[in-house]
Design a binder for this molecule. Structure first.
Ligand SMILES: *Cc1c(COP(=O)(O)O)cnc(C)c1O
Length: 354
């Protein structure tokens, strides 16, 4: 059922920044989407309003018990067109996250249409420079003022937009990774496969430890045996082994990335063998040492593909491909970003053009 979207105009628009100097996640556009859920009327108040603070009570349930989920995707500019990459997948995954936290699901079609309307209003905010995009952040949180432990009765759903430069400001330098074997990010049966805010809170201490040891990111092992490779920070992980692509099989605690899924489909389409496997950390160390593994990269919306140049496993540094970007990582990066920016044909029907 199509809903009528209210649009409240801003009195004054902000000056657009020079996106090439903007720090990720610090600048927001003129408008945002909001909707509110009540038990009586469901998600019944969709509107586009000037970007503004939200009103919440100090007893707001999201603060105390963490019912809070989010998504992340990007809008790209090509000439006069604004392109989105598989936005339906984001709202589908948001509903899976909502359901896991006992939060009311949204209507995916209404959410997509609201996003399209918001982007039409904010067209001029989609930056057109190389590697630039408009980052889209949908999120839902519990806003009932109540300190009892049970699902909140009311919720807020918003979408905010933030212009971003290329994550690495141009050509990506390979990143360094510390394999964490003390802390875990999530466990089977937990919320690791849902995009919930608390997963990030749980990861920050290990991230700090890795940074102090001189590494940029954390590679998580599974929370049960602490032996199997799961994922990196906010990215899934891929290996090139004997010329084939290998990535950890989804197991309920790994976040099912849309970039991960797209790389698997794209690589298969290009004729690569792709394996989704349970990867033992000792096998990974051996395969890096023997040279069977020639490339390692992370995959996520923010970075698309982030080559890994160094991995520390149980205290031993393994250098990958001389700390250079490998040919398959480069090829997949170019192919995928060419589709996202509309520079190449899209044989999969992934791109939505506005
Ligand atoms: C969002 C996210 C990813 C990447 O997912 P994409 O859909 O590819 O952006 C990977 N891991 C975690 C923990 C995430 O939150």
């Amino acid at each position: 059922m199509a809903q009528t979207l209210q649009i409240e105009r801003a009195n004054q628009l902000k000056e657009k920044p020079d996106v090439s100097t903007v720090k990720f996640g610090t600048v927001f556009t003129d408008y945002m989407f909001t909707n509110r859920y009540t038990p009586e009327h469901g998600w019944s108040q969709p509107s586009i309003v000037p970007y503004q603070n939200l009103e919440i009570s100090p007893s707001c349930q999201a603060i105390h018990y963490g019912q809070s989920v989010f998504e992340g995707l990007k809008a790209y500019k090509n000439g006069d067109e604004v392109l989105l990459f598989r936005p339906d997948e984001n709202f589908k995954r948001m509903n899976q996250s909502l359901s896991r936290l006992s939060m009311p699901e949204i209507n995916e079609e209404n959410a997509l249409n609201a996003l399209y309307e918001l982007l039409k209003v904010e067209r001029d905010w989609v930056p057109g420079g190389p590697g630039q995009s408009l980052y889209v952040r949908p999120f839902v949180f519990a806003d009932e003022p109540f300190l009892g432990v049970r699902p909140s009765e009311t919720y807020q759903f918003s979408i905010i937009l933030s212009p971003v430069a290329s994550y690495y400001g141009g050509q990506a330098d390979p990143t360094s990774i510390y394999v964490e074997d003390d802390f875990v990010r999530s466990v089977r049966g937990g919320v690791g496969s849902a995009k919930v805010s608390g997963n990030y809170a749980a990861s920050l201490l290990a991230q700090k430890k890795a940074n102090e040891l001189g590494y940029e990111q954390v590679l998580w092992l599974d929370g049960v045996d602490q032996k199997y490779v799961e994922e990196v920070g906010s990215m899934n992980i891929f290996f090139v082994r004997d010329g084939e692509l290998v990535t950890p099989k989804l197991n309920g605690s790994i976040l099912p990335g849309i970039t991960r899924k797209s790389i698997i489909e794209l690589a298969k389409y290009k004729g690569y063998t792709v394996r989704e496997e349970k990867i033992h950390i000792d096998d990974l160390a051996n395969d890096l040492h023997s040279g069977r593994i020639t490339e390692v990269f992370g995959a996520g919306t923010a970075v698309v593909i982030s080559p890994v140049g160094k991995l520390n496993i149980h205290g031993v540094d393994h250098i990958v491909n001389d700390n250079q970007v490998g040919p398959i990582s480069q090829e997949l990066y170019e192919n995928l970003t060419d589709i996202q920016y509309g520079r190449a044909e899209d044989p999969f029907g992934w791109v939505v053009r506005l």
